[in-house]
Design a binder for this molecule. Structure first.
Ligand code: SAH
Ligand code: SF4
Ligand code: F3S
Length: 473
């Protein structure tokens, strides 16, 4: 049963003590740790916490597997493809361990929350020393310490398979090693209550729980004061932010409160469930100073019949109404989406409905996936007569359409001057800098690396399906 449980300050400080104990265990020589991340932004954000803990435990971070004394893999379970990649890479670590028996392999993230997968790792992936779930991130030092202390015991006894599913944990004040100095993730909630019939996320991430408004605002202020310019609020469904909190607050309220913090920065968010995207949200976005005029609004399918089977709680007409309303408030809105091709029972006419909706909406960018059955979800038990090869044909058609529309939309920027945030270096010439428009479109340009972190006007000179190219105006 779900109960919200906020980790106490005392519990957190206790973890800090475990960090000190790990530190003393590894103090005799430098130890290096590598964190390998799969999956969505939520996982990237969690990996920052993992790195934060590792640093507090005395490890130095590395990206060199051969140098690593500890490799932590933060896994994703959303599609079979992601799982296979993870298992392949974890399996391959056996060679590294043969060379370096002291190597510690830790597996965390969403895959560990599936009972069959835990069993599989326990039985067939002996290379793994520690398994822990996303809700146990706050107590990683304790689990790491136990694993180190068990070391040297024979056989299975030396391994620690934690990660029993448990709901409702909210932890504040954990250390974090952020990936960059310009862009930052700001997780506002965890879990998902939507149970779309194809999706594993609610099973592996637990029930939806929001952070307190004050905690989020404090973190946003810190980020802005530290010079971060591009802040993305994260949640599986940000639009239901606030549900279950004592304070009466919803997502548009949260946006409005963050927007009041002065400074030169862009505020983004991911992801919005179309059912919960309201006019209030669009109004607040349109009126805000910092909010990007971008919505990622996953459609999943353009067929009413399939949307119902997916348990999405909207139909084609409602979705189109939301898009029209959002565009009325923000004529410059950049709209992106996710679409699943080949959901069980999808027929040619359903797929045509998806194509026609895509033609009608004209997304700036689309993320398309072939349906992947996930054990334990309702869709995995539905009859699925269409072959993989037939689904691939649909997928390719959708991708062609998506590329054509993105290409056309990008081409329309050529000749215009747009304001961008320079967010990094590409390592390529002549376009050595990467940047994003406020709507999130990628713009490559040439310039001094010292410009990273600056907002500048760029004249767009060229475009492709995926990116824009420009020169400083
Ligand atoms: N919470 C987010 C996204 C979660 S997963 C949201 O609701 O939008 C990201 C995307 O993966 C989903 O939008 C969906 O398009 C895709 N996806 C999820 N489960 C899938 C499955 N079983 N097979 C194929 N694609 C899937
Ligand atoms: Fe999965 Fe649906 Fe929740 Fe998104 S809203 S994480 S697709 S169950
Ligand atoms: Fe994957 Fe977990 Fe994210 S399943 S998509 S890493 S929430």
């Amino acid at each position: 049963m779900y109960t919200r449980r906020q980790i106490t300050t005392q519990e957190r400080l206790q973890q800090q003590e475990y960090c000190e104990r790990v530190k003393s265990l590894i103090a005799h020589r430098p130890h290096y740790a590598l964190v390998d991340t799969y999956g969505c932004q939520q996982n990237e954000s969690d990996s920052e916490i993992l790195r934060g803990w590792l640093v507090q435990c005395g490890y130095e971070l590395t990206t060199d597997e051969d140098k690593a004394d500890l490799i932590a893999v933060n896994t994703c379970a959303v599609r079979e493809h992601a799982e296979k990649r993870v298992l392949g890479n974890v399996g391959a670590l056996a060679h590294k361990k043969a060379k370096n028996p002291d190597l510690l392999v830790c597996v965390g993230g969403c895959m560990t929350q599936q009972p069959t997968m835990r069993e599989k790792i326990q039985k067939s992936y002996r290379v793994v020393d520690l398994v822990f779930g996303p809700h146990e991130l706050w107590q990683f030092p304790e689990l790491l310490l136990k694993t180190l202390e068990r070391r040297g015991r024979r056989g299975n006894k030396s391994r620690l398979i934690a990660g029993e599913p448990s709901d409702g944990v909210v932890a504040e004040g954990l250390p974090r090693q952020r990936d960059g100095a310009v862009k930052a993730w700001l997780s506002i909630m965890n879990g998902c209550d939507n149970f779309c019939s194809y999706c594993i996320v609610p099973y592996v991430r637990g029930r939806e729980r929001s952070r307190h408004l004050a905690d989020i605002l404090a973190e946003a202020r810190e980020l802005i004061a530290a010079g971060y310019k591009d802040i993305t609020l994260l949640g599986q469904n940000v639009n239901s932010y606030g549900k279950g909190l004592d304070e009466p607050v919803d997502f548009p309220d949260l946006l409005r409160e963050i927007d009041k913090i002065p400074g030169d920065y862009v505020l983004r968010f991911m992801t919005s469930h179309p059912r919960d995207a309201t006019d209030k949200l669009f109004r607040v976005m349109a009126a805000s100073e910092h909010c990007a005029h971008h919505i990622h609004l996953p459609l999943q399918s353009g067929s009413d019949r399939i949307l119902k089977e997916m348990n999405r709680h909207y139909d084609r007409a409602k979705y189109l109404e939301k898009v029209a309303s959002a565009r009325r408030y923000m004529p410059d809105l950049v709209l992106t989406t996710d679409i699943i091709v080949g959901f069980p029972g999808e027929r040619e006419e359903d797929f045509r409905d998806t194509l026609s909706l895509v033609e009608e909406v004209r997304y700036d960018a689309m993320f398309t996936f072939i349906y992947s059955p996930r054990t334990g979800t309702p869709a995995a038990a539905m009859p699925d007569p269409v072959t993989r090869a037939e689904k691939q044909v649909w997928f390719d058609q959708l991708l062609d359409l998506s590329n054509r529309i993105s290409g056309e939309k990008h081409a329309a920027y050529v000749g215009k001057t747009v304001r961008v945030l320079i967010d990094g270096e590409t390592g390529q010439t002549p376009y050595n800098l990467s940047s994003r428009t406020k709507g999130g479109r990628l713009v490559h340009l040439a310039g001094d690396p010292a410009l990273v972190g600056k907002f500048l006007d760029v004249k767009i000179t060229d475009s492709t399906t995926w990116a824009l190219y420009g020169t400083l105006a």
